[in-house]
Write a protein that binds this ligand. Structure first.
Ligand SMILES: [Cu+2]
Length: 406
């Protein structure tokens, strides 16, 4: 439906453009001279003042101000556009020279380059003056790009992206001059829906002792508090991070691994403490965001690698988890287990390896192919380790991490 809306707009913009040109021609050269008044005669407009200068044909003698007389047969695609004020959501392109039928496409700017398409209109073979393009003003940026595309497939049908109506390049450069527009609709006032606080969080691994809350929408400054599970309900807080007024994405909260549980709760609190609390002055008395909305979202701590070996109950209250040493890697590279779990390392490589704690908690010694090593984790925490021949403490080379939670 989107494209049909655009299509219904386009011809009218096109006609407006033609009318402007025709009027300009008529006023420029008095009344009777204007020959035929056909759109295809537009290129002749520049030559008008000299009545003998019939379009095309011989080159030399006619003093052509534009100096293009010689090249007349070779169409070099160009787009000429001035900075301008946006009027009626329409931009005007002073001249478009197209080799064959084409499209003039207006792009917003993104990352300093042409970004999303805001509007487009067909252009004819040859020179098109004062091409008007209606654009979607909501996506408009101060800098826009006027890009020339071919009309390569069905004539008059916009087939891009994925179709044949591709950008036109000259000497390897896409013909897409930037220009500035003023008078953009003020971005802010239009959409100011009332902020509805929300918390979006997914099941996840614990990474470096942190969890990440995908999105927190807070009405005023607040706190994202992670709570441990206490019999199916949020229990004690195990981590907190400030959130700003509005939308916060990827809020990282460091959590106390010794108190973390398999199910955690992400809870949005207000910052009722007044002015100076955004440092880390979370007050447990700060009330919950409420007003009927669910501001407490449970999520699960996952075993950290899909490659976690089958039939091993990672996160079991006790039991055994296995780490395979293969291709000079520990797999999974991060393993999350519960206190009391025994981890078994198995070397599947021809090369000898070790599993050696960064902090001296354990050291397997050399494991040749087929050797296993077992260690039981009775304390919660984060335990980085490495292989002595192929790695080093601090995550260098062949190394991995075990996270132990309650
Ligand atoms: Cu090794």
């Amino acid at each position: 439906m989107n494209s049909s809306t655009k299509r219904s707009i386009r011809p009218s913009a096109w006609i407006v453009g033609l009318l402007l040109v025709v009027t300009a021609v008529a006023t420029a050269c008095g009344t009777p001279a204007a020959p035929a008044m056909e759109p295809t005669d537009m290129p002749a407009a520049t030559a008008m003042p000299d009545p003998t200068a019939t379009p095309v044909t011989d080159a030399m003698p006619v003093p052509d101000e534009s100096g293009e007389g010689v090249d007349e047969m070779v169409v070099v695609p160009t787009v000429t556009v001035m900075d301008q004020e946006l009027m009626s959501n329409t931009v005007a392109i002073a001249e478009v020279v197209s080799e064959g039928a084409g499209w003039l496409v207006i792009h917003a700017q993104a990352d300093g380059r042409p970004g999303p398409i805001l509007g487009y209109t067909p252009v004819a073979d040859g020179s098109n003056a004062n091409v008007m393009v209606e654009i979607d003003p909501t996506g408009a940026t101060e800098t826009l790009y006027a890009m020339l595309h071919t009309d390569g497939g069905a004539m008059g049908t916009w087939e891009f992206p994925g179709g044949p109506d591709t950008p036109v390049s000259v000497d390897g450069m896409v013909v897409t001059p930037p220009f500035m527009v003023t008078g953009l609709p003020a971005a802010a006032p239009t959409p100011v829906p009332p902020i509805t606080p929300s918390v979006t969080v997914t099941d996840q691994e614990i990474v470096n002792g942190t969890v990440t809350v995908a999105e927190v929408v807070s009405d005023g400054t607040g706190w994202m508090v992670i709570h441990a599970d206490a019999g199916g309900e949020p229990g004690q807080g195990v981590g907190v991070s400030p959130v700003a007024d509005g939308v916060n994405t990827n809020v990282v909260v460091e959590i106390d691994l010794t108190e973390a549980t398999e199910t955690l709760y992400a809870m949005l609190h207000t910052d009722a403490g007044g002015v100076d609390t955004m440092g880390m002055g979370y007050d447990p008395e700060d009330p919950l965001r409420s007003e009927g909305q669910v501001m407490t979202v449970p999520f699960k701590v996952l075993a950290s690698n899909e490659a976690a070996i089958e039939d091993v109950t990672v996160l079991a209250a006790s039991g055994e988890a296995e780490i395979e040493i293969e291709d000079f890697k520990f797999g999974p590279s991060t393993l999350t287990i519960r206190v009391g779990t025994t981890v078994k390392w198995s070397n599947k490589d021809e090369a000898p390896h070790t599993a050696t704690s960064d902090t001296g908690v354990w050291d397997s010694g050399t494991l040749v192919k087929g050797d296993d090593f077992f260690f039981t984790f009775n304390e919660p925490g984060v335990f980085p380790y490495y292989c002595i021949p192929h790695g080093a403490p601090g995550g260098v080379g062949m190394s991995a991490t075990i996270i132990v939670i309650q």
